[in-house]
Design a protein around this ligand. Structure first.
Ligand SMILES: Nc1ncnc2c1ncn2[C@@H]1O[C@H](COP(=O)(O)OP(=O)(O)O)[C@@H](O)[C@H]1O
Ligand SMILES: [Mg+2]
Length: 1078
């Protein structure tokens, strides 16, 4: 395999020459050699300018991959090595970008690769155009229409295993963005004779084989078919199987495609029912049956097949059976029924089969169109792809070949028109210097066929419509007369006997020198095929079918719509549709793909030079190259040219004022394009070399980018400027508002400061005024005071003589006296009681009388005390004196004291002078007795008490026996040194005697008395008055007593209560006498 390389230019690293325009030297040999060289290196595409020559490789090449699609996408036509994709891309882009409707014209012989090429173009466009769910569905439907139509419209021929037996032109519609919207398919004349008969080595339409191979048993059963080709008369047996074709899998592909395209299940079912019916029709056979009137009559041999057909299609069996036996001719309101002989019956059968099939095919196309129809009403751009049956020369060529070849003539014509004739004429028209290039113009051949008066088709129609016996021979005769002189018409029996001796030309044939070669047509069948007659009985029978599809296929069978007018002949129909097609193509920008077949064997790697040479010749490719070389690669009217490139030059950009031609001149001069590269025509500029155009395009692209940048720049500038201006405006507004605000603020500040200053000044002024006023007032007041004083002084001076000098003191004293008076008078009424213990005293009325008041209180108290004392007698006084003395001696010292306060001191408790008992004692004393009382004398030895009479006189203390009254002891007061007693509530007391005294021999006396306080007090008073010495009275709970020689301690203790309240005395030991005081 040759190395696949990415080429950046047509001239770089090419095998041979990629563009024949550059071929040097140019002649047939070099042309073919170049093709061969390229073909041998797998380069099947070669350019002639913008025309693509495609040589069928008969094997799959790895040059249609998605990567290749990407490689060619959006690239310049001449940039990469020649490819069908480059042409497709160019067409698609100029459709999308320049809004030019396109058509892709694919021409070439049968088997040259036209159908493949058309599919490649479509798949490329599908790959590069818009994406998206909706778009993809449209694409898918467009692409899937192919397998369906190929199954029903293609067949194996000797030339091509997949030969298109119909012409197809497909318009793909795009929106302004280049997204596909839908499509319209036009079909041209299906070769329907193939349904009933196929030449040797050929097959019927693929679909029959596909059904029988691919359908399930169940489905076949439903269709009442058997999986056996040999069972069906209509299927040519010799080549039922084609190498490399898998009918079964293709059947599945077809069914799948039908589903994608949008066929309903019941529609698919109906379609296959019709196909089955057609197949089965072929099996209906007739046998002759002689009738009494001598006429031959046909009869169906085996009605089983007929029955099945009727079951399949819902036709009444008797109706169909009758339609195969009789023919009703209607003329002038008369119906004449004639029987059909066997041959006529077969003819009727085949006619029905052909019609059924071809109408089914047309219905399929209509149905597909319904599905792929663009949904919107928006303006559409159109790309037409024409894939028509190729030029054909068979052994036996009939009406179909004639039609096919006519169509090819027309296509060649349009090619010549647009590439050779039109181009050359344009140079002349435009006044470009031009040497004419000879080429064969096939217009004469077209005229031979299609001329309205003398054309073959017109003759045929004339024959068909002519009353009387019309046969193919009468038609040939006619041709022989009319076309005898035509250069391209040959017939044995033509008037001019040019071909009288041409044995290669049978009598029943005529030959046409087509642009692509001579073709001999068998005249047999021309009239019939042109008439395309179907007996009305059959079409009516079909219309009666209980099968909606079949009914729809035969609308003329409706008795209500009987139309006695002849339908247009097949030839005239075809002519008309071809004319429409040509007109259509002429409105579009053509893109040519010229397919060449390298050999007749459908084999790879074989390059049959003679065969190729023949095709090159009739295709006029060499002339094409010559015209191209002599001419200019590109032309364009001045206006659009200037419009397109004016941005490349300063003078023309942005506006050129003046004629467009002058503008283009300036532009080209400015760009420095060499003069030989272009020519100025009358209305167009001609550019010789594509390179120049590409250069221009590149410059333009560059410049557009610059302009885009410029526009962007200007727009940005404008945007920034407007923004800036707006900002500036805003700034001014803001500033003015701010200034206003600031000034307002400042003004308010100044105003408030002014007010403050003003108020201070006013305040200051007011204060100053106030000060002055105050001063003035003070001055006035001062003056008044001075005046008052002065007046006072004057008055006083005047009145002084009227007053004594001490009048003030007197008044003071008087007042004081008055107050005192008042005080004392008030005191008189408020005096408290005379009781000395009354503590009440009126409150002091004046502060200055404080000391007086206190003094008065004291005096009053003293006075009332004196008053109280003055009530007492001397006796009472004495008693109180004694009581006072006792208080001084014992108060708070001796517990016995308080009880003694209430007891009056009686002194002489014993009535000594009265009681005779004590007469002796009385006599013995002879002194005034101060105390006479019974006391208990405590025995010094044992502590026992013994009653004694205690007497106190002025000088002595006497103790006498109570019974006898005998004096037991007598102690002068001077010998009494001390009296001791306890601090407790007892009456014990010790009288201590002066040592050495007479009475002291026995020791001190320890006594106990109920009237101890009285006795001690009187003893003390008496001692004091007699001896002028204070008697020592010791109060202590432990004291020493002198007993004879011993000193005994008398101790007072807390005693028990068992002896009542009487204290008990006990001699404890020599040294201790214990007194228990309860
Ligand atoms: N580009 C191609 N690559 C490979 N095989 C091709 C190519 N073009 C055509 N063929 C082969 O040639 C056969 C005939 O091509 P086809 O397009 O049907 O011819 P046409 O439509 O011109 O009669 C195809 O079935 C295919 O096998
Ligand atoms: Mg084809």
């Amino acid at each position: 395999m040759a190395k696949m390389e990415v080429k950046t230019s047509l001239l770089d690293d090419m095998i041979g020459v990629g563009d024949m325009v550059l071929l040097e030297p140019l002649n047939e040999d070099s042309f073919i050699n170049n093709l061969k060289k390229r073909f041998d290196h797998n380069e099947v595409y070669t350019y002639i300018g913008s025309v693509v020559i495609s040589i069928n490789p008969y094997r799959s090449l790895p040059i249609y991959t998605p990567e290749k699609v990407e490689e060619y996408r959006n690239r310049n036509f001449y940039e990469l090595s020649p490819h069908i994709f480059a042409l497709s891309d160019e067409a698609y882009r100029s459709l999308r970008d320049q809004d030019k409707d396109q058509c892709i014209l694919i021409t070439g012989e049968s088997g040259a690769g036209k159908t493949e090429a058309s599919k490649l173009v479509m798949s490329y466009v599908a790959a590069v155009c818009g994406k998206g769910a909706e778009v993809n569905q449209v694409k898918e439907q467009l692409l899937q229409s192919n397998p369906v139509l190929e199954a029903f419209g293609n067949a194996k021929t000797v030339r091509n295993d997949n030969s298109s037996r119909f012409g197809k032109y497909m318009d793909i519609e795009f929106d302004f963005k280049g997204d596909p919207l839908g499509g319209v398919i036009s079909n041209y004349l299906l070769e329907k004779s193939r349904v009933v008969k196929q030449p040797r080595g050929e097959r019927n339409f693929h679909i029959f084989y596909q059904i029988l191979s691919g359908a399930s048993e169940e489905f076949l059963c439903k269709l009442k078919l058997e999986r056996d080709f040999s069972r069906y008369n209509y299927l040519g047996l010799d080549s039922a199987r084609v190498n490399g074709v898998d009918d079964a899998s293709n059947f599945r592909t077809v069914r799948n495609a039908m589903q994608i395209v949008g066929f309903m299940d019941h529609e698919t079912q109906s379609v296959f029912e019709v196909v089955a019916a057609v197949l089965k029709l072929g099996n209906i056979e007739f046998k002759p049956e002689s009738r009494a009137n001598g006429l031959d009559e046909s009869k169906i041999k085996d009605k089983n097949e007929l029955k099945e057909i009727c079951e399949l299609t819902g036709i009444d069996q008797s109706v169909l059976e009758r339609a195969f036996s009789f023919r009703t001719v209607e003329a002038k309101q008369e119906k004449v029924s004639t029987t059909l002989n066997v041959a006529q019956a077969y003819y009727a059968r085949d006619a029905l089969a052909k019609n059924l099939y071809s109408r089914l095919f047309s219905w399929l196309v209509t149905r597909i169109n319904e599905s792929i129809k663009a949904q919107t009403k928006v303006r559409k751009k159109v790309m037409g792809v024409l894939d028509i049956y190729g030029f054909e020369i068979f052994e036996d060529n009939s009406f179909e070949q004639f039609i096919i070849n006519y169509c090819n003539e027309k296509l060649q014509q349009i090619f010549i028109e647009l590439t050779l004739k039109e181009e050359q004429e344009e140079y002349i028209r435009e006044g470009i210097e031009w040497t004419h290039i000879e080429y064969f113009n096939n217009a004469v051949i077209c005229d031979l066929i299609e001329n309205n008066q003398t054309g073959i088709l017109a003759m045929l129609d004339e024959e068909c419509l002519r009353p009387g016996t019309v046969t193919d021979d009468t038609f040939l005769e006619k041709l022989n007369q009319v076309c005898a002189t035509h250069q391209h018409f040959e017939s044995r029996l033509s008037k001019c006997s040019r071909f009288l001796n041409d044995t290669s030309l049978p009598h029943s044939c005529f030959r046409i020198q087509h642009y692509a070669g001579k073709v001999m047509y068998q005249v047999e069948g021309f009239v019939d095929k042109n008439n395309d007659l179907l007996y009305r009985d059959l079409s009516q029978a079909m219309w009666k079918a209980n099968h909606s599809l079949i009914k729809a296929l035969f609308p003329e069978g409706n008795p209500a719509k009987i139309n006695l007018k002849r339908p247009p002949t097949a030839g005239s129909q075809f002519k008309a549709s071809v004319a429409t097609l040509m007109k259509n193509l002429q409105t579009k920008n053509p893109n040519y793909i010229r397919c060449i077949k390298p050999n007749d064997k459908k084999a790879a790697h074989i390059f049959n030079e003679a065969l190729v040479c023949h095709q090159i010749r009739y295709l006029g490719l060499l002339e094409n190259v010559r015209v191209r070389r002599a001419g200019y690669a590109f032309r364009q009217p001045y206006e659009p040219c200037l419009e397109r490139y004016k941005m490349l030059c300063k003078q023309t950009w942005p506006h050129w004022r003046g004629p467009a031609r002058a503008g283009v001149e300036v532009l080209f001069n400015e760009l420095g394009i060499p003069e030989e590269e272009f020519s100025f025509g009358r209305s167009k500029i001609f550019i010789r070399n594509p390179r120049t155009l590409f250069k221009l395009e590149d410059l333009r692209k560059q410049r557009l980018e610059d302009l885009a940048t410029l526009i962007e720049k200007i727009y940005r500038g404008w945007k920034c400027r407007t923004r800036f201006l707006l900002m500036k405006k805003c700034q001014i507004v803001i500033a003015s508002w701010y200034r206003r605000y600031a000034q307002q603020k400042k003004y308010q500040k100044i105003k408030s400061s002014a007010i403050t200053v003003q108020s201070y000044i006013r305040g200051w002024k007011a204060r100053k005024l106030l000060r002055e006023l105050k001063h003035l007032k003070r001055c006035n007041e001062a003056a008044t005071v001075i005046a008052a004083y002065w007046h006072g002084t004057q008055v006083r001076r005047e009145y002084r003589k009227f007053f004594r000098a001490n009048a003030g003191r007197k008044i003071y004293e008087f007042t004081l006296q008055r107050l005192m008076q008042k005080y004392f008078l008030e005191m008189k009424t408020k005096m408290p009681s005379l009781s000395p213990i009354d503590k009440n005293w009126p409150a002091r009325p004046y502060l200055f009388l404080d000391s007086t008041h206190k003094e008065l209180k004291r005096i009053f108290h003293l006075w009332r005390c004196k008053k109280y004392r003055d009530q007492f007698t001397d006796q009472q006084k004495l008693i109180y004196e004694e009581k006072l003395e006792a208080s001084e001696l014992f108060k708070d010292k001796k517990a016995l004291y308080p009880a003694s306060v209430g007891q009056p001191f009686q002194g002489a408790y014993l009535e000594i002078s009265e009681n005779p008992k004590y007469k002796k004692l009385k006599d013995a004393v002879d002194e005034k007795i101060i105390i006479a009382e019974v006391v208990n004398k405590i025995n010094r030895a044992n502590g026992k008490a013994a009653s004694r009479i205690f007497l106190l006189t002025k000088n002595n203390v006497l103790l006498a026996d109570q019974k006898s009254g005998t004096i037991k002891s007598e102690v002068p007061l001077g010998d009494v040194t001390k009296v001791s007693m306890s601090s407790q509530n007892d009456g014990f007391f010790a009288v201590h005697l002066k040592e050495g005294s007479g009475a002291a021999t026995k020791g001190d006396f320890l006594l106990s008395s109920d009237h101890l306080i009285e006795m001690a007090t009187k003893l003390y008073r008496t001692t004091l008055s007699q001896t002028k010495q204070k008697l020592n009275i010791e109060i202590s709970d432990e004291f020493l007593v002198q007993f004879k020689q011993d000193k005994v301690c008398v101790k007072f203790i807390q005693g028990s209560q068992k002896n009542g309240n009487i204290p008990t005395c006990k001699r404890k030991n020599n040294r201790l006498l214990e007194v228990a005081v309860p």
